[in-house]
Unconditional design. Sequence first.
Length: 144
Amino acid sequence: MAMNHHSDMVDVLLMQHDRIVCALDQVEANTGETRATALRSLARLVDQHDAVEADVVHPLTIRSVVDGDAIARASATEEDRVKELLGRLDAMDVRSARFPDAFAFFRSMLARHLHREEAEEFMPLRAAVERRQLVDLVDAARIR
């Protein structure tokens, strides 16, 4: 999804999810030091994305979406679990025989989180918040 002058905050977040999936692919496709580098890149991307969600998305969800507090809390809880598992992967030797299974579990859990977040938080935001406001939040949602 290419950014254009019609993109809104949800578009930016969905593009970030796509980047995260590509970063997961890079970790899975590589070995050795290249895999370790890809894992660090993935961790940075997830961390930056989660910061945007904590600063912008979850507060907006709480204010704007029916049951927004519960939705934002559920997302934040899942994000904490993602960070915990990513930390465990980072501490693991990527050459370890255990790494592929641990990474597959992490990837599956992260994929479920991304899907749930898109369906239960991003789309309800798009339905509840005026488009102009979502467009105005594009810069706040960008990863720097």
